[in-house]
Design a protein around this ligand. Structure first.
Ligand code: F1P
Length: 290
């Protein structure tokens, strides 16, 4: 399937994304600007991760929205849109309405689509386009470009992802009947993306929460055969909450974006096991055009 090759290609695409940003002239936000970041589906979750990272690094107030809920009246200095396809209706309509109001920039894998006519500037990530409907490569490559624009080094991420992509997947992950993903700060966006990936590719039951919310209800479904997957090392003692339930608690030392590669691989492998085509999930198309 295409998804396996696309998952595998992430480290090299992340390096290319860093090079695109290093060249400059992308139209991505300057420090101090008040910024809104928008996307739909996976792209919304990448918007969340970047927005939280940018704001917590002190580079300026940064909000994230799914495009259909964008609050028109707010005085943002710049709008950043993420859309692999360049055809998602809510994104196109929003960018169109922004013309003459504030500068906009869109990260896309297809610059020959209508997004070219409505975005002020484009960040061309066509080298990260995908044939699978389920996004893996484009999503993390867009996030990498955005992280590089914050001054984050990309090489350590790419190197770590290179070793993660050949790890064996434990049987206890492959046979899990439910997974809840957790993360704090920007890793919450990654957790939501992980949950969506598993749902799309495997039709499995997944949930995602900010780590500390886990104690406030979600723990009630924890049971043997289920997994609580924490992005970033567990610094809050959640492992001890999960232990008596019999659920498996999983956390890794790597950057959450690198750990997401494990979940992408798990989703693709599990889809294969269930006889599903991970490239063409039920009820989904490459983009939602109304
Ligand atoms: C966004 C998106 C995907 C989702 C599905 C439908 O597309 O919602 O995240 O997985 O394939 O489209 P795009 O605007 O990034 O092209």
């Amino acid at each position: 399937s295409f998804i396996d090759e696309e998952i595998d290609r992430q480290p090299s695409a992340w390096r290319r994304a860093a090079a695109v940003v290093a060249k400059g002239g992308t139209g991505l936000p300057e420090p101090g600007e008040r910024v809104a970041v928008v996307g739909c589906g996976t792209s919304w979750f990448m918007a969340e991760a970047y927005a939280v990272l940018r704001e917590r690094r002190g580079l300026g107030e940064t909000d994230f929205w799914t495009a259909s809920e964008f609050p028109e009246g707010r005085p943002y200095d710049r709008l950043v849109a993420i859309s692999r396809s360049g055809t998602t209706t809510e994104i196109l309509e929003l960018l169109d309405r922004q013309r003459g109001i504030r500068p906009t920039v869109a990260l896309t894998a297809d610059t020959a689509t209508p997004i070219a006519g409505v975005a002020g500037q484009l960040v061309d990530l066509s080298f990260a386009d995908e044939r699978s409907v389920v996004q893996t490569l484009f999503a993390t490559t867009a996030l990498t470009a955005l992280r590089a624009s914050l001054g984050e080094p990309v090489e350590p991420l790419a190197a770590a992802a290179e070793s993660v992509r050949t790890e064996p997947l434990p049987e206890e992950w492959l046979s899990a009947d439910q997974i809840t993903f957790l993360g704090r700060g920007w890793a919450h966006g990654v957790a939501r993306e992980a949950a969506l990936k598993m749902r799309e590719a495997t039709q499995g039951w997944t949930e995602a929460y900010p780590s500390m919310e886990y104690r406030h209800g979600p723990v009630s479904i924890a049971a043997p055969g289920r997994i609580v997957w924490h992005f970033g090392p567990d610094a809050d003692g959640l492992r001890a909450d999960v232990a008596p339930t019999g659920a498996l608690f999983v956390d890794h030392p790597e950057d959450p974006q690198v750990d997401l590669v494990r979940v992408q691989r798990l989703a693709a492998a599990l889809a294969g096991r269930k006889g599903l085509d991970p490239d063409r999930p039920r009820n989904l198309t490459r983009s939602v055009v109304l």
